[in-house]
Write a protein that binds this ligand. Structure first.
Ligand code: ADP
Length: 205
């Protein structure tokens, strides 16, 4: 199974691009969704988190209090390291398991923090969705209705545009219309389908 790691900064258009690949029949596996599924009440992952951080990370109904945990790791790098050491191996194992079940020529693994977590070895190719930072800010403001300061904090905690581009095998420049995005996805879809059949084909420009 050819595994394409799709990544990009917040608001770059990862989810939109992933949906366009899915429309073309690609199997799409999302790290964020798996991360949520892994920490349901009673799960081994949630038990490990409670052991590491205490039961104060739980809501009264026993579910994980995400905003509390997010705040905690935001101000404490060691807590962030521990959280990632618990969750990342479980997330990657589950992604690989699901990838092997896919019946499609290639699959898209959406991994927002692929570069930050040095997870390039989890995939065969890295596809970066790229756009200027000002556009990321605009899109996230529109989508999430959160203050610009909060968006800037998130951007500062992520890899830079250049770091991501350095890790890329392919790049989608999502700075134009949705039609332009779709055209690039279509070209890459054909390219990945050909690659998966063993073709040593040139990359789309
Ligand atoms: P990400 O998953 O990388 O955070 P999204 O795919 O959710 O980003 O895109 C962020 C927002 O920008 C969404 O509301 C999406 O509909 C919008 N968007 C993405 N690409 C484009 C585009 N090319 N033109 C217009 N809006 C876009």
């Amino acid at each position: 199974m050819l595994k394409i790691g799709l990544t990009g900064g917040i608001g770059s258009g990862k989810s939109t691009a992933a949906a366009l690949f899915a429309q073309r029949g690609a199997c799409v596996i999302d790290a964020d969704l798996i991360a949520r599924e892994l920490v349901t009440p009673g799960s081994p992952a949630l038990k490990a988190l409670v052991k590491a951080f205490g039961s104060q990370i739980l809501l009264p109904d026993g579910r994980l209090d995400r905003s509390q945990l997010r705040q905690r790791i935001f101000s404490d790098p060691e807590a962030k390291r521990i959280l990632e050491a618990i969750l990342h191996p479980l997330i990657f194992a589950e992604m690989q398991r699901r990838a092997e079940l896919c019946q499609t020529p290639y699959c898209i693994l959406v991994i927002p923090l692929l570069v930050e977590s040095k997870a390039q070895n989890q995939v065969d190719r890295v596809l970066v969705v790229d756009c200027p930072q000002a556009l990321q800010i605009e899109r996230v403001k529109q989508r999430d209705r959160i203050p610009e300061e909060q968006i800037l904090n998130i951007l500062a905690s992520q890899a830079t545009r250049q770091q991501r581009l350095n890790a890329a095998d392919e790049v989608i420049l999502n700075a134009g219309t949705l039609t332009e995005l779709e055209k690039q996805v279509e070209e890459l879809h054909r390219f990945y389908a050909r690659l998966s059949s063993g073709c040593d084909c040139p990359r789309p420009l």
